[in-house]
Design a protein. Structure first.
Length: 567
């Protein structure tokens, strides 16, 4: 293929009537002022989408435009172009063609990149246009660090040898960025960030060390190595998180901060002694990308509108419930971001502080020095707050202080580990909180779960299995509503799982007059009957079934949610 011609992007978009002359003028001035690429300025200003720019370039240059969202990448072929060059030239290898290669490029008019790629791959190349954001996502998925991690683990094992591990020498080497243990951990964090892992599990087993990542709620094997390197890895992690390196018999918790791929990541670490050594679990909390707007959480429109109205109240308690890892903290912080204005004083009491929000006073609980939830909460009330977030209602004392604060002119947000919204109030009563206090203080209870989303790149029609059909029938789902059922086949975009990303499903029990009277009633069954009437058609399971009918998730995922919600 001949080298592509140079194209004046702005005039091309104007000629195809994708932007106006005035918009081009503004974008050119901004480009001159900031030094950013014109295409990026146009997209960021909302004048045109990346897809439209790519389609316009393809049309002008008479080359194909490829939507990578629906393109199954050949990983071996992709790596014909080294990752550094792929990122530098915004290009990737898509397929082999008659002894040459088809290269996807975000900017096919970059003549220098075209020549360099031809030199590196040592064959003729054809060019297709791809959007930059999809290209970078594909590079993140395709250039996994599995082989590098395995190699570094082997290098660390060779360095340690069969002799006794010199922990003193390792401690002295803690700042050495070239030490194999340091490179192994850095590469592990890089890979975990690339694939959107929420947790890293390091588990010593008989004869081997297993490293797994939790992605979209499911664990995936990253690599296996010799168990010999486990003590060195754990020691390094303990040093990073200021834990006691001499204590190997008791569990320990800590945290540290790392920069991975130009973004800050807070790491919560928990160690636990096992039969074959200390196991480590690390929760990765990305400071740059954790916050989600309330309207992006996936709440149904009527529920979102009511929730926003409740958030504007000056007092009362809002509880968010669900199991560990169901997104409760994300929901609470989205709510805080919504009401975080200059006229509101907001204090959070957390263990640990998961997201950082400007303009908010965030307090980290420390049990070791007696800085418990109840102690911090009492102190917070003397700071004249308007809104208080309590990370979790862990005990009766914390619950009672929070409820009293809600009764005396504060808006209190918190979480509880309960199965559904209706059972939450009685969990507070079981903790020893007076029933009248619960009934008069709680404004709303939100229960939530996270469902895995069907991969858009490999989704296909799904015919329910006999077991699924039986379950759907038992849940009252009519067979005529099953035409839109989908599943993921498994592709390079979703690492063969058929799922990519997660969505929230919610239910909200609002404490109106009727619900308050029922909550104050001595009979639990009476309250549950009133709550069931109030929630009819608006439960967690109803929301999950609606997402299933729309093809957003699978029957298997909804069945999993149903098992968590029901007895």
């Amino acid at each position: 293929m001949a080298r592509p011609e140079k194209v004046r992007l702005g005039y091309l978009l104007v000629s195809q009537q994708l932007i106006g002359q005035d918009q081009l003028k503004i974008a050119l001035e901004e480009q001159k002022r900031t030094g950013r690429k014109l295409g990026r300025v146009l997209v960021d200003n909302g004048y045109v989408t990346e897809e439209k720019i790519s389609e316009a370039l393809a049309k002008q240059l008479h080359i194909p435009y490829i939507n990578l969202k629906y393109y199954n990448i050949n990983i071996e072929l992709l790596r014909r172009l080294p990752e550094n060059q792929a990122r530098r030239f915004r290009a990737l290898v898509l397929e082999e063609r008659d002894g040459g290669l088809l290269i996807g490029m975000a900017d096919p008019t970059d003549l220098f990149a075209f020549d360099e790629i031809s030199r590196i791959v040592k064959c003729d190349i054809d060019v297709a246009v791809v959007t930059e954001s999809q290209l970078l996502e594909t590079i993140d998925r395709g250039y996994r660090r599995t082989e590098e991690i395995t190699g570094l683990a082997r290098e660390l094992s060779d360095e340690l040898g069969d002799a006794y591990v010199d922990f003193g020498a390792l401690t002295g080497n803690v700042g050495s960025e070239e030490a194999p243990v340091v490179k192994l951990l850095q590469t592990m964090f890089d890979d975990a960030t690339q694939v959107r892992a929420s947790d890293i599990h390091i588990e010593p087993q008989e004869g081997k060390l297993v490293i797994r990542f939790r992605i979209d709620g499911a664990l995936h094997l990253q690599t296996e190595a010799t168990n010999k390197i486990a003590p060195a890895l754990v020691l390094r992690l303990k040093l990073m998180s200021a834990l006691d390196i001499s204590e190997k018999r008791m569990p320990q918790d800590g945290r540290f901060h790392v920069r991975v791929r130009d973004q800050g990541v807070d790491v919560r670490i928990a160690t636990c002694p096992t039969q074959y050594g200390e196991a480590v679990v690390m929760r990765l909390l990305r400071q740059d990308g954790g916050m989600v707007g309330l309207d992006k959480l996936g709440m149904l429109p009527d529920m979102l509108a009511r929730f926003r109205q409740i958030l504007r109240r000056s007092n009362g308690m809002i509880l968010v419930t669900g199991p560990t890892g169901s997104g409760k903290t994300t929901t609470l912080y989205s709510a805080l971001a919504e009401i975080n204005t200059i006229d509101q004083k907001i204090i959070t009491v957390e263990d640990p502080v998961e997201y950082r929000l400007p303009g908010i006073n965030q307090v980290q609980v420390s049990e070791k020095i007696g800085l418990t939830f109840s102690v911090v909460l009492r102190s917070a009330l003397r700071q004249d707050p308007d809104v208080i977030l309590v990370g979790e209602m862990r005990d009766a004392e914390t619950a009672q202080i929070g409820l009293r604060a809600a009764m005396t002119g504060h808006l209190v947000l918190s979480t509880l580990h309960t199965r559904d919204a209706a059972g939450t109030l009685f969990r507070l009563v079981d903790m020893g909180t007076p029933r009248f206090m619960v009934a008069s203080s709680v404004q709303a209870v939100i229960a939530q779960r996270l469902l895995r989303r069907v991969c858009e790149s490999c989704r296909e029609w799904h015919v329910p299995t006999p077991q699924e059909s039986e379950w759907l029938q038992a849940e009252g789902v009519d067979s005529s509503q099953l035409a839109g059922l989908m599943q993921g086949r498994g592709c390079s975009h979703c690492n063969g799982t058929g799922y990519h990303g997660r969505m929230g499903v919610y239910e909200m029990l609002e404490m109106g007059r009727e619900m308050v009277e029922a909550a104050a009633h001595e009979s639990v069954s009476h309250f549950m009957e009133v709550a069931a009437l109030h929630m009819r058609g608006k439960t967690l399971l109803d929301h999950a079934l609606a997402q299933m009918r729309q093809g957003q998730t699978t029957v298997a995922e909804v069945m999993r949610i149903s098992n968590q919600v029901e007895d």
